[in-house]
Design a protein around this ligand. Structure first.
Ligand code: BGC
Length: 557
């Protein structure tokens, strides 16, 4: 069971929470928001307490949390692939991406004090990742100090009544997994460079290493952690790291032999998921949430709201509708189909054909991460020939990029459209396709410098989740991305996703209106009608302060 706050400290905490609420309210007053919706106040949405992510007893429960990832927030991290990938060339790195990750948001040094941010908002859960490179900076050399650090963080969370959800692999590796400086891997796998997922000899070694790492964490932390996510957004990650080469290791296979080069990477990554799932189940002995399972293991999926498009307009041409369906299948469904069924559709023709040993049925819950709506066209035969389609991503605009439903829905920092009902679309689609699988929104959010926009995104996401739940879709929580501003991977530090904004000079965290609103919801365990009237619905959002003029289309990032 999770420990409850000791009685003696309750009064002090209440005073702190009241002070925090006041500070947040002051911030709230200083920002302009759109006028409240005309007409009657919508009904409030009450939330039951948090529960099991996978057991039947968790149906109807709801978590209100925030998420982060180690590489994006932590300082002093030279053993990660992102460090060497983004380190300037004159300092021995590759100088890739918009900025050097450096000290990120100092989230390692400030980890324990950052727990207060979650507590002040009254959130009941925190999803974060443990940096593999920190635990194992060299192959098979475990750093006990790093384990002790995460141990202290877990104690602080549990003591604050906040359920930890650990992500095992969130877009980063120790350098020795697939050294971005030596991607040809000429000598074959060595302890300094295993050559990465997809390599004929190195791939199986990487899978084994990730499973060992998972077992170590489950052994050490399983008494306080029940909820484990193995992988974060597998398809998205692999597209960037091994498809387009914009993430380390920087291998760009997408435009070459997609089936021969990219699919083996996907195969290995999903085999690694299966191995990690089994390793956690075997090593985790403590049933922290009392649901009868020592470990509830899932993964988080990036799901987009794909729309058939042609010549910058929504389209009902069968060519575009087919292209949209193929895109939704590969991006939103393929990973889950494979992990549930144990067979990969290795030629992407819609039918699974390759047995992945040990993978079938390794999913207790599914994390859903929604950020954008984007068009897909079948015109021109497509830039992805195997799939005969062209999506509006990575700035590609072959007619698939659409005008946003409203100009204020464009997210200039990410060049895509955040359309709240897209979350409803993906949840109902996934709920229909996988009716027995509990869902939880493990990420959703917006890059913005305007607190009112963040508040709108939070309230509208919760409204869309409620629409899906009203249809019987089993959604067990919402985690806002992110707790505070951080390193947005290849985009650097410009996009700000935080509930708390970070001053990169002092590393001070300050609440946005988003933190105030999510805090009000979490502390009261209700999205009130008043908050819905102020921030919800499908009206235009508060405009971005620095939006360029004339955003006719959001050109996917
Ligand atoms: C990732 C996060 C990222 C967020 C915003 C998700 O794809 O899991 O690491 O920061 O989106 O782009």
């Amino acid at each position: 069971m999770y420990t409850h706050r000791p009685q003696g400290r309750a009064a002090g905490r209440a005073a702190l929470a009241a002070l925090a609420a006041l500070a947040l309210a002051a911030q709230a007053c200083s920002e302009e928001t759109v006028a409240p919706a005309p007409g009657p106040t919508p009904p409030g949405i009450p939330y039951a307490g948090p529960g099991s992510l996978s057991a039947a007893s968790g149906k109807g429960s709801f978590r209100l949390g925030a998420a982060s990832a180690a590489t994006q927030i932590e300082d002093r991290n030279p053993a990660t692939d992102w460090y060497v990938f983004t380190l300037p060339e004159d300092e021995g790195g590759l100088g890739k991406g918009a900025a050097f990750v450096g000290d990120a948001a100092r989230g390692y040094t400030k980890a324990i004090e950052d727990v207060a941010l979650l507590r002040e908002m009254g959130l009941d859960s925190y999803r974060f990742s443990v940096e593999w490179a920190r635990i194992e900076p060299r192959r098979d050399a475990v750093d006990e100090d790093a384990l002790a650090h995460y141990d202290r963080l877990l104690d602080a969370l549990v003591e604050a009544g906040i359920r930890p959800v650990i992500t095992l692999h969130h877009f980063s590796n120790p350098v020795w997994i697939d050294d971005p400086r030596h991607t040809d891997c000429a000598p074959g796998p060595t302890d300094e460079n295993l050559c990465g997922f997809g390599h004929p000899e190195g791939g199986p070694l990487v899978i084994e290493e990730l499973a060992e790492h998972a077992a170590l964490l489950a052994e050490r932390f399983g008494d306080r952690v029940d909820d484990w996510g193995t992988l974060n957004e597998p398809f998205n990650y692999l597209l960037a790291a091994y498809g387009a080469g914009t993430f380390p290791p920087g291998k760009a296979t997408l435009f070459g032999d997609l089936l021969g080069d990219f699919v083996p990477v996907l195969r290995d990554y999903l085999l690694a998921h299966g191995a990690a799932y089994r390793a956690i189940k075997a090593a985790d002995r403590g049933d922290a949430d009392g649901d009868g399972e020592a470990a509830d293991v899932g993964l988080s999926l990036s799901a987009a709201d794909w729309v058939a498009a042609r010549d910058h307009q929504p389209s009902d041409d069968p060519e575009d509708v087919g292209a949209r369906d193929r895109m939704a299948y590969v991006y939103n469904h393929l990973v889950v189909d494979t992990v549930l069924g144990g067979q990969l559709d290795s030629d992407l023709d819609g039918a699974p054909d390759l047995e992945l040993p040990g993978v079938a049925g390794t999913l207790d819950w599914l994390g859903v991460q929604y950020y954008f709506r984007a068009g897909v066209t079948g015109k021109l035969g497509g830039i992805v020939p195997v799939l005969a389609l062209t999506p509006c991503v990575n700035g590609l605009d072959f007619g698939a990029c659409l005008a946003p439903v409203d100009p204020t829905f464009c997210v200039p920092a990410m060049r895509y459209e955040h359309h709240a009902p897209g979350l409803y679309n993906v949840l109902t689609d996934l709920g229909e396709r996988y009716p027995a699988l509990p869902l939880v929104v493990t990420e959703s959010g917006i890059a913005t410098e305007v607190g009112a926009r963040r508040a709108e995104v939070i309230v509208r996401a919760l409204e869309q989740i409620e629409r899906a739940r009203a249809l019987g879709v089993d959604v067990r929580g919402y985690y806002h991305w992110s707790l505070y501003d951080n390193f947005e991977w290849a985009e650097g530090f410009a996009p700000r996703f935080g509930l708390y904004t970070v001053d990169y000079g002092t590393y001070e965290r300050s609440p946005t209106l988003g933190a105030e609103v999510l805090g009000e919801i979490a502390r009261g365990r209700e999205l009130t009608g008043a908050l819905r009237a102020a921030h919800g619905g499908d009206r235009p959002m508060t405009p971005e302060a620095t939006a360029p003029e004339g955003l006719e289309r959001c050109l996917g990032n």
